[in-house]
Design a protein around this ligand. Structure first.
Ligand code: XIL
Length: 374
């Protein structure tokens, strides 16, 4: 492209020198610009489509150098897997164990990656000392937790999953809300309280509600979709700060896809002026049998269909997988694997146990390229 003085070559050379200087400076400052990561990695491909790609992250990046390198090459954003979950952070009422998440934040900063906090308030993973407190005490605990944690990371977090999984119709509560200490103490207003409180402490962070199950059109998925839209309308009507919705994207090969229905649901969220993120993409392939190559191709086809629908929605800002490599998937946790009894170790992610790219990686790359072309 010609420069202002029409001498494209001269301006081009100046720009190249400026980029080289910026890259060198950024590398020294620990902030690698997006251009320094692998140009054919998923993050670079996503960026070319105006999207952000990333993954959840945990302590493995401190112990597995090959895995840390994979994040640096393939991601632009990371979400704490469990370091900021209430039970990890708060073993007792007087303790805030920030060290594990601080180490992940340092890794992200050193690699030039944005940092997402997960999950500030969730009616799961709540320690006993909270569950045995009075309703008034639980409300005070939530307020104090949000203020202390949001203050500790203020200005350094791209976005928060402020409330995780507010719905679980199986608990039989009107509206399909998930039962738990926060709901029991405050009813559904705990959601608005949490959002208002963190907005007051960290006005820079983008605030999301993060939810599961909406990807499939079974009774559970349809109920959660309806509940979430109603909750958003209620929050909007009350002027509660909310920037986006995280939809986890735990695809399940035991359930038929509902990609077009999901795309309609995304449009309903976008109509409410919400950014949308796929926040925990992976595939439960426990139901698949046959050769690994065949199963991997089936998983990739499922992801391709899902992302074709998802990325057709302009308000979708990014795709984040729940870990990068099969080796560290939560589906390899013995407790989770036992509940699914797969015929063989599950392969839910874009990279295999040896960090090699799989057909799912190709499917994600192709989906980003298709979005870039639209
Ligand atoms: C998972 C973690 O990855 C596992 O290590 C843990 O044993 C269970 O929780 N939805 C969520 C995540 O929002 O926090 C969950 O993470 C996976 C489902």
């Amino acid at each position: 492209m010609d420069g202002e003085d029409g001498s494209g070559v001269l301006v081009g050379r100046r720009r190249a020198l400026a980029l080289a200087a910026a890259t060198a400076a950024a590398a020294i400052g620990g902030l690698r610009p997006a251009t320094a990561r692998r140009s054919d990695g998923l993050a670079a491909r996503a960026a070319r489509a105006g999207l952000t790609f990333g993954s959840s992250v945990a302590a493995e990046v401190d112990t597995d150098p090959a895995y840390a390198a994979l994040y640096r090459d393939e991601t632009a954003i990371v979400t704490t897997d469990y370091a900021l979950k209430f039970d990890v952070l708060r073993p007792d009422a007087s303790t805030f164990r920030f060290e594990p998440a601080d180490r992940l934040l340092a890794f992200a900063k050193g690699a030039g990656l944005a940092f997402r906090g997960h999950a500030l308030i969730w009616n799961e993973n709540v320690p006993g000392w909270v569950k045995t407190s009075s309703a008034a005490a639980v409300e005070r605990v939530m307020a104090g937790h949000i203020e202390r944690v949001a203050s500790h990371y203020a200005g350094r977090v791209h976005s928060w999953d402020v409330v995780n999984e507010p719905f679980w119709p199986g608990h039989g509560i009107a509206g399909g809300f998930r039962d738990g200490p926060w709901f029991r103490a405050m009813g559904q207003r705990y959601v608005a309280e949490a959002l208002r409180r963190i907005a007051a402490v960290d006005p820079k962070a983008r605030l999301l509600i993060n939810e599961a199950f909406t990807e499939h059109a079974d009774d559970l998925g349809l109920a959660v979709r309806a509940g979430l839209l109603k909750l958003v309308d209620d929050l909007r009507q009350k002027g509660v700060p909310l920037h986006g919705i995280g939809l986890q994207g735990h695809l399940d090969m035991r359930k038929p896809p509902d990609d077009e229905g999901f795309r309609t649901f995304l449009h309903e969220l976008a109509r409410r002026d919400l950014d949308i993120w796929i926040t925990e993409l992976d595939v439960n392939d426990s139901a698949l049998s046959g050769r690994v190559e065949t199963r991997d191709i089936a998983v990739a086809a499922r992801v391709a269909g899902f992302l074709a629908a998802v990325l057709a929605e302009p308000r979708v800002r990014g795709v984040i997988t729940w870990q990068l490599s099969d080796r560290y998937s939560w589906y390899r946790d013995p407790a989770v694997a036992r509940s699914l009894s797969p015929a063989r170790p599950m392969r839910p992610l874009p990279f295999d146990d040896r960090m090699d790219r799989k057909p799912m990686w190709q499917a994600i790359a192709a989906a980003f390229e298709a979005r870039r072309r639209t």
